[in-house]
Design a protein around this ligand. Sequence first.
Ligand SMILES: NC(=O)c1ccc[n+]([C@@H]2O[C@H](COP(=O)([O-])OP(=O)(O)OC[C@H]3O[C@@H](n4cnc5c(N)ncnc54)[C@H](OP(=O)(O)O)[C@@H]3O)[C@@H](O)[C@H]2O)c1
Length: 444
Amino acid sequence: MAKPRAPKKTNKRPAAKKSLGHGTKLKVGLVGFGTVGSSVAKIICQDADGPLQLTHIFNRNIERKKIDGLPTHIRWTSKIHEVLSSDVDVVVELIGGIDPSGRWVRQALRSGKSVVTANKLLVSESGPELVDLARKMGKRFEFGASVAGGIPAVIGIQEGLAGDRLHRIAGILNGTCNFILTEMEAHERSFETALKEAQARGYAEADPSSDVDGIDARAKLVILTQAGLRLRVRSEQIPCRSISLIAAVDFMYARELKCAIRQISVAQKNTSQGVRLAAAVQPALVPEDSLVAHAHGSENLVMATGEFAGRMVFSGYGAGGDPTAVAVISDLYTIARTAGAPPEALPGAAEVPDSVSGDFTVPHYLRFTVRDRPGIVASLATILAKYGISIDALLQKPGFPHSALSFVMTLEACDSAVLNRALEEIARLDFHVERPLCLPIFVD
Ligand SMILES: NC(=O)c1ccc[n+]([C@@H]2O[C@H](COP(=O)([O-])OP(=O)(O)OC[C@H]3O[C@@H](n4cnc5c(N)ncnc54)[C@H](OP(=O)(O)O)[C@@H]3O)[C@@H](O)[C@H]2O)c1
């Protein structure tokens, strides 16, 4: 008798269920019951006839988290394995940070569950790997809430604009910084006073460094670069500068130049000689009639520019429990609609760029604070000329003391790497009271 043939091995991913079936709900396990987690629970449970069923809520010390009003069948637990070894279809990770969240997300995917997260740190560090793992398991990894909270920027860029070839993503990705800068602008406040106001209103943490130093916005820029420009880049490759460098005097001079000051995140892809990425997060001058200048308070704004459709804009007040929960629920609906099957087309990042720099060829704003004496402007102009950099305008408001006189130079478009070398030389001159401030001027 002929031996039965062993089944052929294939590299096909496990077949995903094609549909949850009429009346079958997507079972959801919530990991993290804080600001966003509690909003997600509330919204799911308010829609008893909807396609989602919340079955587990996990948090450390769960007893103090329990609230009334949620269905009694929900299992409240402080044991993560109760969620990971349960029959939930989707784990929603809302604890934040890299560990243990990353470990638990991987475990959930490996055990055949889809995952939804709002965790920008985790997605910026491991997004492509987690998308690949989910695809291998025939499941989905969704992260629409990780950038701009409830504003559908990730999904809009990744899926809505998939038919374009995007080459630039820019905007305001941190509401805390935008609140502080617009507060300084509107009320002529110092950075310190505006920060205190942001903290008092709950927009800024007690330790605001991740926001004001650009770390938070940089993680979101990495995610948008992967989603829209299809480039894999690590956070530490993207330079970021703090908005704490900005003083009230800069708003006075910016107004003279018909500009505003905003924390701008930009990623620009150039394919003329290999694949090059210019990306940075930093305070910058923008024309006061530009879209970014019109983003006030804690508003976010994302602009994506493509070869065919031109510029598209997503904006709004995205952050906070309820708006961010909206993005999480939208991702859950996508999973319910597709029965957890991974997307057919490969979105997300594919290519590693040949080079990444923070250099942009744009006009610049320089603010000097000096002990006044004759010849200062001449010595600055001499060094700038040595590097081939042209001065556009010089502004000096009256009323500063001679011991600390602040004046401003604007420069015609020049490469920021070349300008930085000139500024290193300029910083060694002996008349500075503080280090010169250099800001790019972004015109679109
Ligand atoms: N809030 C927003 O506006 C917003 C917007 C966009 C994205 N996000 C992202 O959404 C995620 C959640 O943010 P959130 O504002 O909801 O944070 P949150 O209010 O601090 O909630 C986090 C929850 O997770 C719990 N938790 C943290 N580490 C844990 C651990 N190791 N084991 C068990 N439980 C743990 C915390 O418990 P304790 O109470 O004991 O600390 C807390 O209940 C983050 O990734 C954040 O970046 C938030």
